[in-house]
Each structure stands twice: as structure tokens, then as C-alpha cells.
Design a protein around this ligand. Structure first.
Ligand code: PMP
Length: 360
């Protein structure tokens, strides 16, 4: 049988493992930080109608500039942004890949602060960029001092700042982001995939964009918008940075079906985002109950909670799975991560965990 080793694979991909969060058919899946609420039926009908109109024209290539989508995304983000400031792709993973294709690559480096989103190192490897896993402070926080020292030391071409950070939930404050920007000539990306779940009053890094042409803010419709299956991520930046991304995207990368679906969803932003408050409430409930059970949940601005104090993460993961509840072992010793679900999913998780926890 032929194996990967027999193929003339690029050297830097040898020994790499593909992204592989388990996709299991279980009653309660709280492992990949999805929004577990289904799309409101009225909105779904509207999306279908918009797609139906599009199907008849699929003989033609889609709008390469996805203008309607960019206008709607700009309107949603506010902050004085216009369509010229917006970019989109098939998930924010692809957006980040575009950024690395334009600004990183062979002989160049990407700095992130570990533990962080596992795709960053894989995206780096895919484009032959050197991944530098920087260090955080205690409790997975990132101070300006700690970050700037590492930026000065490594002089990366690109910095990825995940805020709130996956898998820890930790936000990065705007002073730290601004200090990192000032400490580098490279591109600074703030991955705000989970921004909508932050407490009221939390300022987005979007407010830092004016006057910072090397700052790029990445977002997604996969989480708060409950649109993960549609694959729509986006980014806001100076129009010059958007021009750079245009150089590396494949022509017509966003299908007419994707554009139609995303536009329709954005025409119903309030309904699509209606469950965000509920999810934040479930997240807070998880944090409170985990503490009562003797675990140590970390500070989170996201729709998930990383908790420590787990004696045997793999054993607890398996015991929950046997009860139909899938969460995530992110490989941090003594820790597991769980996404906030609907009220009943969250209850199922907390009840199973209480039953399994000798600490309560
Ligand atoms: N960034 C972060 C921090 C994420 O956690 C995820 C999804 N897990 C993504 C980006 C990618 O999301 P998508 O490609 O669905 O937009």
C-alpha cells in the first residue's frame, strides 16, 4: 500500500497531522465552539428563496468582488467601515490563509501566543511559513510587556492575536494590541472569531483600525451567526491590505450560493444573533457550576470555557462521551474545553459532569 512517505511531499509537511476535531454523531456536541441553536425558520426560508433565485444563474461565474456581501458586512461591523475595507472567504480559516499567502511564506515567520488556535501552525506549514509559538503570562493572559518583548526578539512578518483566544477564552486588551502593532513592521491580525460573545462594553480591535494600515481584523459568521456550515469568514482592514489579499485569492472563490446565503443571513442580523445573549448566559452558568464542582474555569469572553483541575482529562472526556456528550481535550495537561450549548445541552453536560465528579 502506498503511504504518504512514498510521495514526493514537501519536507516541511512530513510528519504533520491534519486538523481533526472528532465529528461524531452524538446527542450533545459541545466540542468545536459552534452555535448549537438552529437557524430561525423564517430566516431559513428567506435564505432558501435567495438561493433559489441564484441557482438559475449558476451558468455564470459569481461576482468576483462579492460586492453585496462586503457592503452588508461593512454595515454590520459599523466603525465607519465601507465595502472597500472588507474581505471575505470560505470561513475565516481561508481568510487567514489569504493573509499568510500575501504576507508570509517561505523564509518568513508567523508569531502567535500559545496555547492558541490549532490551525495557525497548520496554516503556516501549508504555506511554508515558520511558526513561532510565543509565550503567555500566567492564566493565559498576554500583557503588552510580554508580547512586545517577543515581537522585538523574533521580528515576525505576521503576528496572529486571537482575542478572545481559543482554546483559553482569554481576551487581549486594546493597549496590548496597539503596543504590538507599534513594535513591528509586519502585519498584525486580530482574530475576533468569538467577539460577539464578549461582555457588553468590550471594545473590538476594529476601533484601532484608523491610521493602522498593517492591522487586520478577522471575523466569522460560523459562531455568533450560527452559520458554520455555510463557510463564511471575513476581515476588515485598510483598502490597501484588501488589495494584497486580492492578489492571492483564487478567482471566484466565493460561490454565488455562498454569497446569496450570507447576504440573506445578514439581512436578518438581529434574528441570527438573537441567541448570543442566551449562549453567554449558559457560558456563565458553566463557569459558576464548574467552580462549585471544584474545577478551575479560566476567564472567558467566548462561547466556551477552558477548565483545569481535571485529574485525568482523557478519562473524563471518555466518560462524558459514553453519556452522549462530546467536549474537547485540547491537549493542555489537566484541562478540558466545553462550548456553551442550548440550555438543555448545557444542563445535560453539567448534570453528567456533576455525577462524574468526586469533588462535588
Ligand atoms: N479562528 C478561531 C479562533 C477559531 O476558533 C475558528 C474555528 N474554530 C476559526 C478561526 C475558523 O472558523 P471558520 O473557518 O469557521 O470561520
Amino acid at each position: 500500500m502506498t503511504t504518504l512517505d512514498d510521495l514526493p511531499l514537501r519536507d516541511n509537511l512530513r510528519g504533520q497531522v491534519p486538523y481533526g476535531a472528532p465529528q461524531l454523531n452524538v446527542p450533545v456536541a459541545l466540542n468545536v465552539n459552534e452555535n448549537t441553536h438552529r437557524i430561525p425558520e423564517a430566516v431559513a426560508h428567506d435564505i432558501v428563496a435567495r438561493i433559489a433565485e441564484t441557482v438559475i444563474g449558476l451558468n455564470r461565474y459569481p461576482d468576483r468582488e462579492f460586492s453585496g456581501l462586503r457592503e452588508r458586512l461593512a454595515r454590520y461591523l459599523g466603525h465607519g467601515l465601507t465595502a472597500e475595507n472588507l474581505w471575505a472567504a470560505n470561513g475565516s480559516n481561508e481568510v487567514l490563509q489569504h493573509v499568510l499567502s500575501a504576507f508570509a511564506g517561505p523564509g518568513r515567520t508567523l508569531l502567535g501566543f500559545a496555547p492558541t488556535y490549532s490551525m495557525y501552525s497548520l496554516l503556516a506549514a501549508g504555506g511554508d511559513t515558520t511558526w513561532i509559538p510565543g509565550l503567555r503570562d500566567d492564566e493565559y493572559e498576554l500583557s503588552a510587556e510580554t508580547a512586545v518583548a517577543q515581537v522585538r526578539e523574533h521580528q515576525p512578518n505576521v503576528v496572529f492575536l486571537c482575542s478572545p483566544n481559543n482554546p483559553t477564552g482569554t481576551p487581549i486588551n486594546l493597549e496590548t494590541i496597539a503596543a504590538i502593532y507599534d513594535a513591528t513592521d509586519g502585519v498584525v491580525v486580530v482574530d475576533e472569531a468569538y467577539a460577539e460573545f464578549a461582555p457588553d462594553g468590550t471594545e473590538s480591535a476594529l476601533s484601532l483600525l484608523p491610521g493602522r494600515p498593517r492591522l487586520l481584523i478577522s471575523r466569522t459568521m460560523s459562531k455568533a451567526f450560527a452559520f458554520a456550515g455555510a463557510r463564511v469568514g471575513y476581515l476588515a482592514a485598510d483598502p490597501a491590505a484588501i488589495d494584497a489579499l486580492r492578489l492571492v485569492r483564487l478567482p471566484y472563490h466565493l460561490s454565488a450560493l455562498t454569497q446569496a446565503a450570507a447576504e440573506a443571513a445578514l439581512d436578518h442580523t438581529d434574528e441570527m444573533l438573537a441567541m448570543v445573549d442566551d449562549i453567554r448566559g449558559q457560558r456563565d452558568r458553566i463557569v459558576a457550576r464548574l467552580s462549585e464542582l471544584g474545577y478551575t474555569p479560566h476567564r472567558t469572553h467566548s462561547n466556551f470555557v477552558l477548565f483545569g483541575g481535571v485529574e485525568d482529562p482523557q478519562a473524563l472526556f471518555t466518560a462524558l462521551l459514553e453519556r452522549g456528550i462530546l467536549i474537547r481535550d485540547v491537549g493542555i495537561p489537566g484541562h478540558l474545553r466545553v462550548s456553551a450549548g442550548t440550555e438543555s445541552e448545557t444542563t445535560a453536560f453539567l448534570e453528567a459532569l456533576s455525577a462524574l465528579s468526586s469533588k462535588a
